[in-house]
Ligand binder design. Structure first.
Ligand SMILES: Nc1ncnc2c1ncn2[C@@H]1O[C@H](COP(=O)(O)OP(=O)(O)O)[C@@H](O)[C@H]1O
Ligand SMILES: [Mg+2]
Length: 361
């Protein structure tokens, strides 16, 4: 069931269009993420949902009713910011109970609900501490608890983990997934970090320069990006300029700069002579050492030009005979081997046809 619908929303600042004709339907109970590079309009869109800003045109509907005229405090939403925005003069318990106090609940009810919520976010021992006595992760947990205690219809989160270091961010990501599932509250989550979006979300809207490029589940965004921008922004991908030379029932034949003729799976709305890129993810590229029976005329012979060892995996840069560079990512799963290939090694690269694709311009 659709909880929040954004219909053709546009927001301009002077001549600049920050949000450009955006339409999104968020389902009840969903963890929905707005993902895109800094400056693409995520916060502007979130502020319009919260009611801090009004769209220049378009509609925002809650349960099918337009809420554009409602002030923020009349919307059944809560917003969590990167900066925590805790009240410094209030204890953890005071901060978490504040929305209930504002809603006119009795002290007894507030006490019970705060105690329950403290337990959910594992902050019971910290109830009487002040924000300056907490770590960043603890402060953010207080902010989540305060956001959820009133059971808002929608929790809006703007880069809430942005101030935390990597290891802590990973732990908090797991906690957020659990919190959202337990609370059953619909989340609209803003981030510029693609790995965070993939890890957390039920669905992701990828934004670029005020527009939505793709709305899909994480695995579809990663495996079936609709265009070059999405493919490039989410994860790593090899992209080589390509032109469609033939379209058949099952394949597209591409003429790829540096590779020659290559087949990829067929795709809707693609015609002969379309321009774009041939794309394949580094983890889909296989490398084997060149042996005497490797076809010498193959264009897929190359040499290891460089590598980046990062512990669990190594990224190899392979230079083909004509100078084309291809990246391959291999897990370092062989015991006692830090890496499988060295600079200068002659190798043959390959991939499965289904793992490669054509991305139109
Ligand atoms: N109040 C404002 N006045 C003028 N320009 C703004 C204002 N708020 C945001 N912008 C501009 O709109 C664009 C989108 O900003 P923002 O929504 O904050 O992006 P994001 O959150 O994706 O980083 C940016 O170019 C920003 O400079
Ligand atoms: Mg922002």
């Amino acid at each position: 069931m659709t909880l929040l619908e954004i219909r053709n929303v546009t927001k301009r600042f002077g001549n600049f269009t920050a949000v450009n004709n955006v339409s999104i339907a968020v389902e009840a109970g969903e963890f929905f993420t707005l993902l895109g590079p800094s400056g693409c309009g995520k916060t502007t869109l979130l502020r319009m949902i919260a009611g801090f800003d009004a769209p220049d045109s378009g509609e925002i509907l809650l349960d099918g009713k337009d809420i554009v005229g409602l002030p923020p405090e009349r919307r059944p939403f809560h917003t969590v910011f990167q900066s925590y925005a805790l009240f410094p003069h209030m204890t953890v318990a005071g901060n978490i109970g504040f929305p209930l106090k504002m809603a006119g609940k009795t002290p007894a009810e507030i006490k019970t609900r705060v105690a329950e919520t403290l337990q959910e976010v594992e902050l019971t021992p910290f109830a009487e501490r002040y924000p300056h006595e907490l770590s960043g992760g603890q402060k953010q947990r207080v902010a989540f608890a305060r956001g959820l205690i009133n059971q808002p219809r929608l929790l809006l989160l703007d880069e809430p983990l942005g101030a935390l270091d990597e290891k802590l961010r990973e732990n908090m990501q797991r906690e957020l997934i659990n919190l959202q599932a337990e609370a059953g509250v619909t989340f609209i989550y803003v981030t510029h970090a693609q790995n965070e979006a993939l890890a957390l979300s039920h669905r992701i809207a990828v934004m670029n320069q005020g527009k939505i490029e793709q709305i899909d589940e994480p695995s579809r965004i990663y495996n079936f990006p609709v265009n070059r921008f999405v493919a490039d922004f989410i994860g790593k991908i090899n992209m080589l300029e390509a032109k469609v030379s033939e379209v058949s029932a099952a394949h597209l034949t591409l003429t790829v700069s540096g590779l020659g003729e290559v087949m990829v799976p067929v795709k809707a709305h693609i015609n002969t002579s379309d321009q774009g890129v041939f794309a394949v993810r580094p983890e889909q590229v296989r490398i084997v050492a060149q042996s005497p029976d490797s076809a010498v005329e193959s264009q897929l012979l190359g040499k290891i030009k460089d590598f980046l060892y990062i512990g669990d995996v190594t990224t190899y840069i392979i230079e083909l005979a004509n100078g084309t560079l291809i990246e391959a990512l291999l897990p370092n799963s062989v015991p006692d081997h830090a890496k499988l290939f060295d600079i200068g090694d002659s190798v043959v690269i390959s991939w499965q046809e289904q793992s490669a694709q054509f991305l139109p311009d």
